[in-house]
Design a protein around this ligand. Structure first.
Ligand SMILES: *Cc1c(COP(=O)(O)O)cnc(C)c1O
Length: 463
């Protein structure tokens, strides 16, 4: 479907404002499988269901807003990545997208590894029983305490992000009588084709050591000399919500170029290359993400080809999808509180959550879709902006979308593809209570992260 500022067809208002939205779907009741978790559908009464349970029932039991997570879908996507890359490669789920102990167990069972980037994420992973050797520890400013904890726990790799950290990790490992497996994160000068604030491999940014000017080569030179470190590979992460594989092609070419230089200078062939995450998902029907097997095939071919050209043995590849696994598997269920039509503009639909449970729209100008979930409707589509209840005019959940014109307070609406970077970035702004994550599978629901209570809030406020 093409973007249009003036979509055709019957409209609620005669004049539609400029905006970045598509014409409404022919039937707003139809749920596009591209943007919804796999077990989502509608029952005979028109109520949206997930894992066989109607959202009306889930709302009654767990309240709104709530993140409803399709466990079967999560496991299927995790498994698809694992299968696509096979035994010759490693898949690290990026925990920052969404991490809970249930998720850690599912990943463990499905044979995936796990990326963490803070002491808190490491603690969650270890407490849920993820074997330490399958954990990678990331971050541009890990504290000495965090490093020590990771080394003591025996994490499989620490991804080094600066010259100071090379020395710091080596020193800590040595003082503990250990040799820590590490990768060195470099920036290869590739900018992923996405919003500036979520593009991370161009050089003017905080992550990684630039390949440019020989800095990455110097980092490797220093790391190889340190007894506390075992350098196992080079890491590159080029951005987020990427659909076009050409960025990975350039990145792989440059990383392999560095591996070749390392071989020529030190006589060492580093055994691993990590290409990071960043693969895109469908937030709206306009997005066309690739399947894990296509991504695996493309990345494997690129690395193999580059290594053949450089006469290097092909290193073991690892990837770090976060969003692409968890993003599509959850949606946020809200109750509509007010419906405010602004003549000639759009209708503002206020829900019982907002930027405290989904900051991505305010932070990245992210696009989302939305559907009426507690019933179907044949009313004319109306252009809406779904907003939250916070004291901030930028508190927008869905900037431009269509909902049925008879939408009313008390209706439940659902925003799909909120599995990644929503609960994990949730805040207590306005002392909002962060919503629960409810996992649904085969007709059974269980809370995996409970809703916050006022007691939780007040416990931190020691007066
Ligand atoms: C954020 C991040 C990821 C995951 O990104 P997604 O867009 O969720 O796939 C992977 N690796 C690193 C180093 C990251 O910082």
């Amino acid at each position: 479907m093409s973007r249009s500022a003036h979509p055709a067809g019957p409209r609620h208002a005669d004049v539609l404002p400029e905006g970045h939205y598509s014409a409404p779907a022919d039937d707003l009741n139809v749920l596009d499988p591209k943007v919804w978790a796999r077990t989502v559908g509608r029952d005979a009464d028109g109520v949206v269901t997930v894992g066989g349970i109607p959202v009306t029932q889930l709302a009654e039991e767990y309240g709104t807003p709530a993140y409803l997570l399709d466990e079967a879908d999560f496991r299927e996507r995790a498994r698809a990545w694992r299968t696509a890359f096979g035994d010759g490669a490693d898949v690290f789920y990026a925990g920052k997208a969404f991490l809970s102990r249930a998720v850690v167990r599912w990943l463990d069972e499905e044979g995936l590894n796990l990326d963490v980037c803070s002491g808190g994420e490491l603690a969650t992973a270890l407490s849920a029983g993820m074997p330490a050797e399958r954990i990678a520890f990331h971050g541009n400013n890990k504290s000495p305490e965090e490093i020590e904890r990771a080394v003591r726990a025996g994490v499989g790799r620490i991804v080094l992000d600066s010259f100071q950290e090379i020395v710091r990790v080596a020193h800590i490992a040595q003082s503990l009588g250990k040799r820590q497996r590490v990768q060195i994160r470099i920036t290869v000068g590739v900018e992923a084709h996405t919003h500036e604030f979520i593009a991370t491999a161009h050089e003017d940014q905080k992550f990684g050591i630039p390949l440019a000017g020989g800095q990455a080569a110097e980092a490797v030179r220093r790391a190889l000399k340190l007894d506390g470190l075992e350098v196992i590979g080079i890491h590159s992460h080029i951005g987020s919500q990427i659909f076009d594989m050409s960025g990975f092609e350039v990145a792989a070419h440059r990383v392999v170029g560095l591996l070749k230089d390392i071989r020529d200078e030190h006589g060492v062939e580093l055994p691993e290359i990590d290409l990071g995450g960043g693969l895109g998902i469908a937030y709206t029907s306009d997005d066309d993400p690739r399947e894990p097997h296509e991504i695996a095939k493309a990345l494997t071919e690129i690395v193999t080809r580059e290594c053949e050209a450089a006469r290097l043995a092909t290193p073991r590849i690892s990837v770090e999808p976060g969003r692409a696994i968890v993003g599509p598997t959850a949606f946020t269920l809200y109750e509509v509180g007010t419906v405010k039509p602004l003549e000639g503009l759009r209708t503002y639909v206020s829900v019982d959550g907002g930027m405290s449970d989904n900051i991505r729209t305010a932070l990245y100008d992210a696009e989302y879709s939305v559907a009426l979930a507690s019933r179907t409707s044949d009313a004319e589509p109306m252009l809406v902006r779904v907003v939250g209840k916070h004291c901030e005019s930028g508190d927008i959940v869905v900037k431009d979308a269509f909902l049925p014109g008879d939408l009313a307070p008390g209706d439940l609406i659902a925003v799909p593809a909120t599995g990644a970077y929503c609960r994990s970035m949730a805040s207590n702004y306005n002392h909002a209570l962060r919503p629960p994550v409810v996992a649904v599978r085969d007709g059974a629901a269980r809370v995996v992260v409970r809703r916050e209570t006022e007691e939780d809030l007040l416990r931190l406020d020691v007066g």
